[in-house]
Design a protein around this ligand. Structure first.
Ligand code: UDP
Length: 240
């Protein structure tokens, strides 16, 4: 599905995962975006961010908002593959394939906890928190030559970091994973499955920190309106 000039993948999870595995095994430098309503709203409004996302290799539908737009606009069921699930699946596959992982982002104690959980199961070559100035530990990460780098600094910070630094690497799959380190380290709980299935994960997160996320319901509303009007807007522009 095309939305705000971005092509969002419409493939079963297995096929997406196979494509990512292939890129990692073939040492092809890869930038993966896990798109939700907030990311796509920023794409619609911020030309620089749009450029960054356009230059990514895969835009995977993460959030329910995108699924809903697929249903309402195109009458299609776009399978969701949330970033946290992709991260879990890649870690599992990477165990056997001996991939080198790097964890970048979240608070120091969170990323350290994540590293402790995974260090004996997978080859985690390094980690660093996500509160740094400039480009942070990029030269260290380059020298470690990781196969997979998970970047958990929230949008847009994580995508901009990947976009600016990708060229410095010879290989590796880079993926922005938002709050996944908090979830996989056990610091924050993910919504129950039934809430996720109903499309209300955003509401669950909203109630976890309403003062920080008070804008989110409005942003989701704005995203849905913009997304549903998108083609009409374009047609209008072409006419005018
Ligand atoms: N984060 C970070 N650096 C920052 C801001 C946020 O590493 O400058 C981390 C934060 O600790 C959390 C993750 O990014 O683990 C996601 O943050 P948030 O929940 O604000 O973003 P969202 O998941 O909504 O994209």
């Amino acid at each position: 599905m095309e939305l705000f000039e971005i092509e969002i993948l419409e493939l079963p999870k297995d096929e997406i995962l196979d494509a990512l595995i292939n890129r990692i095994d073939n040492e092809k430098r890869t930038f993966v975006v896990t798109a939700n309503a907030l990311i796509m709203l920023r794409v619609a409004k911020d030309p620089e961010y749009r450029r960054a996302i356009k230059e990514s290799d895969f835009v995977v539908p993460d959030g329910f908002g995108i699924h809903l737009v697929g249903k309402l606009k195109h009458k299609r069921d776009i399978p969701r593959y949330p970033g946290v699930d992709i991260m879990r699946d890649l870690l599992e596959i990477g165990k056997k394939r001996k991939w080198k992982f790097y964890f970048l982002g979240a608070k120091e104690e969170v990323v350290e906890r994540l590293w402790k959980i995974y260090k004996d199961q997978v080859n985690v070559v390094g980690y660093h928190h996500g509160y740094f100035g400039g480009e942070g530990p990029v030269s260290e990460i380059v020298s470690l030559k990781p196969d997979v780098v998970f970047v958990a600094m929230g949008a847009p910070k994580q995508e901009f970091w990947i976009w600016r630094n990708l060229e410095k690497f010879e290989k590796g799959l880079f993926m922005g994973v938002g709050g996944s380190f908090d979830v996989l380290s056990g610091v924050k709980r993910r919504a129950p499955d039934w809430v996720i299935k109903m499309g209300f994960e955003w509401a669950y997160r909203f109630f976890q920190s309403p003062s920080k996320r008070w804008k989110v319901p409005f942003q989701i509303g704005e995203f849905l309106i913009r997304a549903l009007l998108y083609r009409e807007e374009k047609a209008g522009n072409e006419e005018g």
